[in-house]
Design a protein around this ligand. Sequence first.
Ligand code: EPZ
Length: 422
Amino acid sequence: MEKLVIRGGKPLNGSVVISGMKNAALGIIFGCLLVKDKITLEDLPLISDVKLSLDILRRMGGEVTENEDGSVVIDCTNAVGGISPCDLVKKMRASYYLLGAELGRFGRAKVGRSGGCDFGSRPIDQHIKGFEALGGVVTVSDDYIRIEAENGIRGNELFFDVITVGGTINMLLASVLAEGTTVIENAAKEPHIVDVANFLNTCGAVITGAGTDTIKIKGVKELHGCTYAIVPDMIEAGTYMIAAAATRGCLRIENVIPKHLESITAKLVEMGVSVDEFDDAIVVSAPDPLRHINLKTLPYPGYPTDMQPQICALLAISEGTSHLIEGVIENRFRYVEELRRLGASIDVNGKTATINGVSGLHGARVRAVDLRAGAAMVIAGLASDGVTEIEDIHHIERGYHDIVGKLKKVGADIEKVEIQTL
Ligand code: EPZ
């Protein structure tokens, strides 16, 4: 087991390069199951969720070659459905994309129950509603979810009761090879939805409207191989923006699409942070002190829920009282207890956190309770006086490639060390 040790109080200065987007890469990797041809993926983030996804495809008979230059060649021509390894599938929620990909390719699916960040229930009723709309008969048991489509998958119209990223991506995967046209209403509009749609279109799919709340998918007979570069990770970029502000440094963040960061930029500017935008980079710096704000997380283009813990850490050391409402994911304030160990003054009541800014935080031993909570612990540790130790860092490594190396390069005093077990 390893932990991060951070000696805080040092401003971050210099430049970081953002990796490919985790939440696009996972949908695209499982989407390769739909293609009986070679696909080369570039700019895949070298994070544990990506490595896990590639291993799942390997265990299904997919050929996966990782090249020296970081690109990955995937060929699922000989992949077999219904045999994904439960021991790997249960480690990650995005494994549920196997349902859509297997249904789309084989007309049936059998996948073990998936896992991922523990926010509580995380239902998939809308995914099931979508699969049934396409002609699938879904059976959910304790261990597996099975889908059978005896008469094949047929396009249909579907209105999502809830805006769901995973449900929207699963419907894209399940319908691209369907007989006829599928229309998804009330679809999620995140940039990762657009990236998965762009990837499938590069393979010969006919998808229009991705990025809007109505997506149309005209089923095609088959898909062909391609080379595709994953879009930059807006959540990784936002995390470094907030780390720069929290340490009162000045960071140039490279390989970003500023448009994807608009809601994050808007709230940081409201706090007094300065953000300069360039074609594929942004420069972030912050004066002392920063102002309090009120914020509610919303589906894109609103402020992202995956950036909620990170801005909470920043508001904890900003002037005045802020109100942070979690409008998307249930039970996403479990990390607040860990921030309190560092000296934060935060009250949580249901979906609202009331954050009373303090003049500074002090080092302590904390845990990463989930992926983005772990990122918030890193931000708070970088801004704290003294030493912060963060355990359970496997959560952080699911979504941030080389976070220690990237932070060290811009002046952070951060190490990953082995936890001495007695
Ligand atoms: C994706 O999760 C992301 N994960 C999450 O990022 C992100 O927090 C979330 O989207 C919201 O943006 C991946 O892309 C792998 P949802 P997902 O379906 O698809 C409810 C990270 O940090 N809902 O958009 O599971 C659900 O309970 C991770 O990278 C239903 O009610 O999220 C939630 O309240 C954490 N029924 C809301 O919708 C359903 O069938 C949004 O969930 C599906 C969802």
